[in-house]
Design a protein around this ligand. Structure first.
Ligand code: NAP
Length: 251
């Protein structure tokens, strides 16, 4: 069995953006792919386009996660590759941020990674094989103003990645993170919309502002992130890494 052929890969947030690009490349390489998210209609459409399976769950809900992961394992075999990609970004000055926003962003971006990882880890240990790749962000490596909850959650993901990599080193399991800069998905375009709404700037000016910290003055493409993810899954020696895919933003 190759690193991908016949391997069951579960991609959270695989119905759109970066997750969909990762699901596509894994499918193209011969993996049995399950994409997971909350929006059944969106997932069904993407699953049919990619010819993969889908599961509906909110990653913040441990019971739901355990239930649908167990169904996916029953139908398509043990999960060999887990891509913790589901995430949510929102900006707000810290002084005006409600507790609810803090809780929500931590729940999706950090506890969601914990929940899904807990759900697969026993199976991976039993089969002495597993690849876990967490989609963090450059906001997991650097601080940025007005996105404190997102940054704290993504720093948490990087910390969890490094700890688990050491805890499971030698067990056939690797745990890594990738840290994209602004990537060409709905999430980045929503951030541009917010800048336009808050400042009245043109779309072009808002995009320039968004890319102010990016050295290459461009959005990263989801396929660039996906390529790095599959390379990480193949290289057993890569463990506990948090790789920036950001054109030089985090060096
Ligand atoms: P996206 O297209 O908005 O994808 C986010 C995905 O997460 C959606 O498919 C969504 O599916 C899923 N999701 C959100 N909350 C969920 C929940 N509670 N339970 C299950 N699924 C949930 O954005 P993207 O850019 O591809 O983001 C993917 C990851 O990359 C995120 O972790 C994000 O933080 C990270 N990232 C993005 C950028 C960027 O600029 N785009 C940069 C750095 C890092 P449903 O709506 O079906 O639930």
């Amino acid at each position: 069995m190759s690193y991908y052929t016949g391997r069951h890969a579960l991609v959270t947030g695989g119905g759109s953006g970066i997750g969909a690009a990762i699901a596509k490349i894994l499918k193209d390489k011969g993996s049995i792919v399950t994409i997971l998210g909350r929006n059944a209609e969106k997932l069904a459409e993407k699953a049919s386009e990619l010819d993969v399976s889908f599961a509906v769950a909110d990653v913040t809900d441990r019971e739901q996660v355990d239930r649908v992961f167990s169904v996916a394992v029953g139908e398509r075999g043990p999960i060999d590759i887990l891509i913790n990609n589901a995430g949510l970004a929102e900006a707000m000055p810290f002084s005006r941020m409600e507790d609810e926003m803090w809780d929500r962003l931590l729940a999706v971006n950090l506890t969601g990674v914990y929940n899904c990882t807990k759900s697969v880890i026993t199976g991976m240990l039993q089969q002495s094989m597993g690849r876990i790749v967490n989609i963090a962000s450059v906001a997991g490596l650097n601080g940025y103003a007005y996105v404190s909850a997102y940054c704290a959650a993504k720093h948490g993901v990087v910390g969890l990645t490094r700890s688990l990599a050491l805890e499971f080193a030698g067990s056939g399991i690797t745990v890594n993170a990738v840290c994209p800069g602004y990537t060409n998905t709905a999430m980045a375009h929503q951030a541009v919309d917010k800048i336009i709404e808050a400042t009245g700037r043109s779309r072009e000016q808002a995009m320039t502002e968004l890319l102010e910290t990016s050295s290459q003055d461009r959005l990263i493409e989801p396929e660039e992130v996906a390529d790095t993810v599959i390379w990480l899954c193949r290289q057993e020696s890569m463990n506990g890494q948090a790789i920036a895919i950001a054109g030089g933003e985090a060096v």
